[in-house]
Design a protein around this ligand. Structure first.
Ligand SMILES: *Cc1c(COP(=O)(O)O)cnc(C)c1O
Length: 401
């Protein structure tokens, strides 16, 4: 007799499966209907067998679903599958990547606390810390992702959180996760890593010593630019605190989005390998082109981040490329001459996208800060998709020649 009702816990206990197998199989719980595919649990609330049973769900004597702002079976599937891939005790899903960072700050910071954030992070991440958490008395300093001594100087007795993105947006710079985790722990702080660009296929920050992994699932985990979602991952005790914030503040992931994202995880390994292979080919092409001033891609042996990425990632280097041209005019000319590639700020999509960070994603940042972060006027960001590499290269060559 075959038991089809397993969850990821049972799956893990049975055998030591490879990540590809976990991504396809983990987290599913089959109902008595015997459905093969995971259903979407489109329900906001749940029923109880009796008044006594309802009371037990509320007073904590019984465990089970109460309301989908708290728990939902489709969301749970996504959480279990991503937790299995990140080697995390627990995952808690959120409505978006920014929702995950918001839950992180609300759960682990309070008035009077200090945090250090890498200078090279997603624009909205900075806006959230500077514009909103500062209002509640949380102070934030920015340090260079690639310079450990900058973090050593800035850490204080009330520093509670270090936050980085590696590889970073938009230059793909690489931070030393193990060294930053050691620094955080020596000062009683937590290290949180935004693993959006790497995904668990390239890098598992918890295995490198980080306390919390954060995801924008809207990017590679969806992989086709359809829905928003996010997640935090870490130990049971840390995630229980984050879960309290998410269910109370209502930053919860919807069942439909969770279903899309859970299915996205099934193909993440295959897609990431194809994205990275295409990106390597495009980076090689760009780095030999006479109109190109510089290529930022950790897969190139000449890149500053190459050695570190090689030892902390799984031999794959991601699919975000920063290419520097002479000036803004040259950058815009490249963007406007593409026919295939989409002009959009989204990334991590099957479709290759092209952006001019200085006038879009980084527009609000002062020119001085942009230049010190390497976001010069000639920089173009490419998110390499799943089209054939030759077609992507041909589309770029037109604007460069
Ligand atoms: C997009 C993105 C976010 C924010 O995620 P949303 O799902 O858009 O809220 C955070 N970090 C990185 C690196 C991102 O690319």
């Amino acid at each position: 007799m075959k038991d089809y009702s397993w969850t990821h816990d049972a799956l893990d206990l049975a055998q030591d499966y490879h990540p590809q197998t976990i991504a396809v199989r983990a987290g599913q719980f089959r109902t008595a209907e015997g459905e093969h595919n995971e259903p979407i649990y489109a329900t906001s609330s749940y029923v109880y067998a009796s008044a006594e049973a309802a009371a037990a769900h509320f007073n904590g004597q019984a465990v089970g679903n109460v309301y989908s702002r708290h728990t939902n079976p489709s969301v749970r599937l996504f959480e279990r599958r991503l937790a299995a891939l990140e080697n995390a005790e627990r995952c808690v899903a959120t409505a978006s990547g920014m929702g995950a960072i918001c839950a992180l700050a609300l759960a682990f910071l309070k008035s009077g606390d200090h945090m250090i954030c890498a200078r090279q992070v997603f624009g909205s991440t900075k806006a959230l810390f500077d514009g909103y958490f500062a209002k509640f008395g949380v102070s934030v300093d920015y340090a260079d992702l690639t310079d450990l001594s900058d973090w050593q100087i800035k850490i204080r007795s009330n520093t509670k959180l270090l936050f980085i993105e590696s590889p970073s947006n938009p230059l793909g710079q690489v931070g030393d996760i193990r060294a930053l985790a050691n620094l955080a722990h020596a000062h009683g702080a937590l290290l949180a890593v935004d693993n959006c660009f790497a995904t668990p296929i390239l890098q598992k920050p918890l295995d490198l010593g980080a306390d919390i992994v954060m995801h924008s699932a809207s990017k590679y985990i969806d992989g086709q630019g359809r829905v928003l979602g996010g997640a935090l991952l870490g130990s049971d005790s840390l995630m229980e605190q984050a879960f309290g914030v998410i269910r109370t503040a209502g930053i919860s992931l919807s069942a439909f989005n969770a279903w899309i994202l859970g299915k996205g995880l099934e193909t993440l390994d295959l897609r990431m390998r194809a994205h990275c292979q295409n990106a390597m080919a495009v980076a090689n092409f760009l780095s030999t082109h006479k109109s190109v001033v510089r290529v930022h891609y950790a897969g190139l042996p000449t890149d500053n981040g190459h050695a570190l990425a090689k030892c902390q990632q799984s031999g794959l280097y991601g699919a975000i490329i920063g290419v520097v041209l002479a000036d803004k005019a040259a950058a815009w000319r490249l963007i406007d001459s593409t026919r295939l590639i989409s002009i959009t700020n989204n990334l991590g999509d099957a479709k290759t996208t092209i952006t001019h960070p200085a006038t879009t994603t980084h527009f609000r940042i002062s020119q001085e800060d942009r230049n010190s972060a390497g976001v010069v006027d000639g920089l173009v960001r490419l998110s390499i998709g799943l089209e054939h590499a030759d077609d992507i290269i041909k589309d770029l060559a037109r604007g460069l020649d």
